[in-house]
Design a protein. Structure first.
Length: 177
């Protein structure tokens, strides 16, 4: 767990300069753990942060590692803080997941209507394969695979390679939590 307020050394995050300083600390933490693919960022103790700070720190980190590492926000205390993170993420079309321990919701880039069912399917379980989604929804595996790949490349999901039952390679998709 990354505690953002410890990297900030205060409870308020203001401006691009401070955001860039905190980004460097976040980056150092992530790079020091190359085998870890999912990180939770706790905003506990963060009272306020403006859009510029959020853009240069949290959102830039998620954008930089999109499709290779996932970042999940927890302990978002106020709706004002959430709105500022959302505004920063929307500006660069970067989805960011907030996890409350039981369900996920996204800030930033909205999921396309055509991919909402695929995202919901993956979020309901620890991991999912395109073949499972195709069977559950009565669509082709190619269509299911295309939807999941789009969600992964946009930054909504993580994926890893796995051996398919047929002997080939298939991707296993996971929520970022």
């Amino acid at each position: 767990m990354i505690h953002l307020n410890e990297l900030m050394n205060r409870s308020d995050g203001w401006g691009r300069a401070m955001g860039r300083e905190v980004f460097q600390k976040l980056l150092a933490h992530v790079e020091s753990q190359p085998d870890q693919t999912t990180f939770r960022i706790s905003l506990k103790g963060v009272k306020r942060a403006d859009v510029s700070f959020c853009s240069e720190s949290i959102v830039e980190l998620a954008r930089r590692f999109r499709a290779s590492k996932g970042f999940c926000l927890v302990d978002v205390a106020t709706s004002d803080l959430e709105e500022n993170i959302d505004a920063a993420a929307r500006r660069v079309e970067q989805p960011l997941m907030i996890w409350d321990g039981q369900k996920a919701r996204f800030l930033g880039l909205p999921v396309s209507p055509g991919n909402q069912a695929a995202l919901a399917f993956v979020l309901e379980r620890p991991q999912a394969r395109a073949a499972e989604f195709a069977q559950a929804c009565g669509i082709t595996i190619a269509n299911a695979s295309s939807k999941m790949k789009a969600l992964w490349s946009a930054g909504f999901l993580m994926r890893r390679e796995s051996a398919a039952d047929s002997g080939g390679t298939e991707f296993v998709y996971q929520r970022i939590a």
